[in-house]
Design a protein around this ligand. Structure first.
Ligand code: 2AM
Ligand code: CA
Length: 262
């Protein structure tokens, strides 16, 4: 991947994250996207504008898919996928667990992923075929061999109040079988933590493409495995995901199957 793509992605994610952090805790203006649990703040939009402008300044003919604006520009073989603020609910409540995610797809394949956590000043980078990195350190998934010894994470869909398959049964089943299930509120950071070996696995039933693009590459490049709930490839538009160190993956899939079967 050309050096320029990497530096634009890192620079845009870092600048947006720094902006978010500098405004954090200052009573954000909150509005709702279709349901009372799906929040957006004016800061999601300010961070998004900064990233889109940074990409367009360098690559004016590229397409961009970003969470709040949808698709802009293109068509082009290059598509940037942006979540300007992953962890909006945390942000709106003043909890310092959120990040910025920028990925680049070429001909439908993710090539580059950056996730920046401004609270810990951690910038995660993955490039297809070149590994996943945190600063100068190459990331590798954990070697935890069994579900019983593992630490997992998950999240719940915004439609939790309306739908029956809302992940609460799965949450219970995994909680009884592993060392703990964390629920931090940022999908992108879960992927990064699986890549870094901090978590052994992560699953979630309903995400957007911007929650997954950079993170899934991060886990794969760190030697882990990312699939849908059946063990197959991700649905790119409406992904349901299981991401793990690989070793506990089949056990995780089996638990999901058992819960689905009732
Ligand atoms: P967000 O903060 O960018 O909205 C919570 O488990 C995590 O999953 C957050 O990263 C949140 O992203 C995302 N998320 C939760 N429900 C979602 C849904 N229905 N569609 C897309 N992303 C979702
Ligand atoms: Ca978001």
């Amino acid at each position: 991947m050309d050096e320029r793509y990497r530096s634009v992605a890192i620079d845009a994610a870092r600048r947006a994250g720094t902006l978010l952090r500098s405004e954090a805790g200052k009573h954000p203006q909150i509005s709702f996207k279709g349901s009372p649990t799906n929040l957006v703040t004016h800061m999601d939009r300010r961070a998004e504008a900064l990233i889109i402008e940074a990409i367009y300044a360098e690559f004016p003919t590229d397409a961009i898919l970003s969470e709040e604006r949808g698709t802009v520009g293109g068509p082009s073989s290059r598509r940037w996928i942006v979540d300007p603020l992953d962890g909006t609910t945390n942000y709106a409540h003043g909890v310092p667990v959120f990040c910025v995610s920028v990925a680049l797809e070429v001909d439908g394949q993710t090539r580059l992923g950056v996730a920046y956590d401004p609270n810990l000043d951690e910038c995660f980078l993955a490039e297809r075929g070149r590994g996943a990195w945190l600063g100068g350190e190459r990331l590798a998934v954990s070697e935890t061999p069994t579900l019983g010894e593992s630490l997992l994470a998950t999240g719940f869909p915004y439609s939790i109040r309306e739908i029956t398959r809302n992940n609460l049964a799965e949450f219970g089943a995994f909680s009884r079988r592993c060392q703990g299930v964390r629920r931090m509120g940022s999908a992108v950071l879960y992927f990064c933590y699986v890549a870094a070996g901090r978590l052994d696995g992560y699953w979630e039933l309903r995400l957007g493409p911007w929650d997954v693009a950079a993170g899934a590459l991060m886990v794969e490049e760190a030697g882990g495995r990312v699939t849908n709930l059946d063990g197959g490839p991700l649905d790119r538009e409406r992904p349901a995901v299981v991401a793990s160190n690989g070793r506990i993956h089949d056990e995780m899939l089996r638990v999901l199957k058992e819960v689905e079967a009732g």
